[in-house]
Design a protein around this ligand. Structure first.
Ligand code: FAD
Length: 396
């Protein structure tokens, strides 16, 4: 009996295996992971692990005790759905149910691959390579002012490096937040002593320097590229699994793919959200925690039982701030500020048809917690009360 086979031993894969056992699945579970390391959590890689404050971030899961067969260092190269079999370098692996949880892989800067001193930050190996680099405090260029770029710049400043962040868009977090909301965050870079160059295109990266399209030359003892990630789904080409925009597995509301018995979850998969009237591709930790519970429930039930339609949530720790976000603001019709962005704590609320659609909280975890619940209930809110940071969100 082949039972459930999970491809990808990251957060989503591990949580799927654990949730299956928690929900009463007694038959075999096999977890296949390409990396050789004991499965680990990624958020600490750009925080404590990078600075050497934590040795590693392995998950505290007793795989053996749970009867989960963990096969590490095994890359899955193909899926033959007609035979219900996977291809790996170690031979074929049959499955009865299959869960695709291969996560995402970082985008590389064309022309920078293989140049000495250029780094990505996705894996434990990446973090282990970067740690001694930071300890040498070279002049560091960070390409991309997104979540990872900001967190890495924070760590590099803390380590004592001179940091320049180069961003092609005209602002930080351009892919994630509207200009008005991102604007105050640009000051965080300066305050931390990092130079931020927006609207700056990298022309080429050479050992020891980065050349910009406008002719500027930046000395760079180290370069970290944080320009986004794409679902790790190339191996599924021709398998019959439907891939949507950005190459994500296009799952349905039960996180099923179009192939019998095949599910997809975490950073590698998009899903339709009735709550937001859009297909969502979420590259955040909470999605890799919640999605697996739905996949496990549907596998254990043997039918489409639970729909996955979460209020997405994530956090980021940058420049001494705790930034949290819940919801999805595309399609919102009103934006309400709560507090002054020059202060240590402030929030932004997005409303859609009189209800809260999303909240961004900087140093205001209570706003996040209460806002998240309000978004879930869909209750109407009063914009005037929301705008007053002294009124708890739950009373708005
Ligand atoms: P992954 O964690 O990418 O795991 C997928 C695994 O599958 C990988 O180990 C990969 O090696 C393996 N795999 C891929 N292809 C194959 C194959 N063909 N065969 C076998 N195995 C394969 N989110 C937040 O909300 N807050 C944060 O502060 C935050 N910080 C982050 C910091 C960093 C440095 C990174 C990289 C991410 C961060 N995230 C954060 C995002 C969060 O970590 C991801 O959303 C989460 O890891 C997704 O889990 P996953 O299991 O879907 O994918």
């Amino acid at each position: 009996q082949s039972g459930v086979v999970i491809v990808g031993a990251g957060m989503a894969g591990v949580q799927t295996a654990v949730a299956l056992r928690e929900q009463g699945w007694r038959r075999p579970i096999t977890l296949l992971g390409a990396e050789p390391h004991q499965p680990y959590d990624r958020p600490p890689l750009s925080k404590a692990v990078l600075l050497g404050k934590a040795e590693d971030s392995a998950f505290d899961v007793d795989f053996e005790g749970l009867g989960i067969v963990l096969r590490l260092g095994v890359e899955v190269t193909g899926l033959r759905a007609a035979e219900r079999e996977l291809d790996t370098e170690a031979g074929p692996v049959p499955y009865e149910f299959l869960v695709l949880a291969t996560g995402a892989e970082p985008l590389t800067l064309p022309g920078s691959e293989g140049v000495p001193g250029v780094h990505l930050l996705r894996t434990l190996d990446d973090a282990a390579r970067l740690r001694p680099v930071l300890a040498r405090t070279p002049a560091t260029v960070v390409v991309g002012a997104g979540w990872i770029g900001a967190e890495f710049a924070t760590a590099a400043r803390e380590a004592g490096c001179a940091v320049t962040v180069v961003e092609a868009a005209d602002r930080v977090l351009a892919g994630a937040l509207p200009a008005e909301v991102a604007a105050p965050m640009a000051h965080w870079y300066e305050q931390a002593g990092a130079a931020l160059l927006t609207g700056a295109q990298v022309a080429s990266v050479e050992a020891g320097r980065v050349l910009l399209a406008d002719g500027r030359e930046l000395p760079a003892g180290a370069v970290v590229v944080g320009i986004g990630a794409r679902p790790a789904t190339r191996w599924l080409a021709g398998s019959g699994v439907g891939l949507g925009p950005e190459g994500a597995v296009a799952a349905d509301e039960y996180l099923r793919t179009g192939l019998p018995g095949v599910y997809a979850v975490g950073d590698c998969a998009s899903f339709p959200s009735a709550r937001y009237g859009a297909r969502l591709l979420v590259h955040h930790w909470d999605n890799a925690l919640q999605g697996p519970r739905v996949v496990a429930a549907n596998i254990v039930a043997g039918k489409a039982l639970q729909v996955y339609d979460p209020v997405p949530y994530f956090w980021s720790e940058q420049f001494g701030r705790f930034v949290q976000y819940a919801g999805h603001h595309a399609g919102a019709d009103e934006l309400v500020w709560r507090g002054d962005p020059a202060e240590a704590g402030w929030s932004v609320c997005w409303l859609r048809a009189g209800a809260l659609a999303a909240v961004l909280a900087v140093g205001r975890p209570r706003d996040l917690a209460q806002g998240r619940k309000l978004i879930e209930t869909g209750a109407p809110v009063d914009p005037a009360k929301i705008a007053d940071p002294a009124v708890p969100l739950k009373s708005a």
